[in-house]
Design a protein around this ligand. Sequence first.
Ligand code: CP
Ligand code: NVA
Length: 303
Amino acid sequence: MQHFISIADLSAEQWDDLLTLALDLKQELQENGRNAPLLEGKILGMIFQKPSLRTRVSFEVGMLQLGGHAMYISPNEIKMGQRESVADVARVMSRYVSALMARVFDHAHITGLAEYASVPIINGLSDYNHPCQGMADYLTMLENWGSFDGRTLAYIGDGNNVLTSLLNGAIHSGVAVRVATPPGYEPEAAVIDAARQRGVDVALFTDPYEAVSGADAIYTDVWTSMGQEEETAKRLAVFPPFQVNEALVGAANDGAIVLHCLPAHRGEEITDGVADGSHSRLWDQAENRLHAQKAILVRLMAQ
Ligand code: CP
Ligand code: NVA
């Protein structure tokens, strides 16, 4: 059974194929106003333990555009892991749906679903990683650059789930990654070690200006992720020097693009001027969730 849990698990061929298919599906939709119904009769279950705009809507729209159907299960509905075990949710849902997407706190809930389900599992974000976001991010970089060759990505802020998937994507894209975080907020050492062992050029900084030097893309994300809300005040005290603002963008390469997975906390990790400015690719990036995920859905579910 194939799942989509981490970009690091993809083969080089699967990575290339997913990006190519995403671009093809995007072009087909733009040219014809519709996609071929490759997932006719298929049903995607979507279990959410956290809120979502992009993930929920893009998966649902993607399934509809491919001729299938998506079912949203809200955080309070099934209470996976409390009302019922992850294994039993996996066993039961497998009898109803063609594939299951889940957004969870504990990454073990994703791997647990994959262990016990007899349908493909798609990771729609865990505390550990966010692979669907990572595919959309690299799709956006590829569209802007034409090729990943020789490119550098600077990530500024919290060493979180989104950064994990960017580092995993660098294994396949070959993009160099320069990371600036406050001390104590670095990405997990195991994630960096795994990326380096697979050839990724990763450099860690505590000065955001050093990190963006030579960068072709600047990426940031919220300082307080979902589930960390009780740390908000503590984080607000240390993260302000890591704001992506006009001065920081000016220290990157000319024509550098700015990326953010969204939702943004404008005035914290990113200014209005940058989010709405000429370097921003935020809305293309959000749109690309749709196209990247449709490629994943087709490869996991089409006969
Ligand atoms: N980027 C992202 O995953 O957005 P949502 O939390 O709104 O799904
Ligand atoms: N790091 C953020 C990403 C949201 C899409 C979070 O986990 O809340």
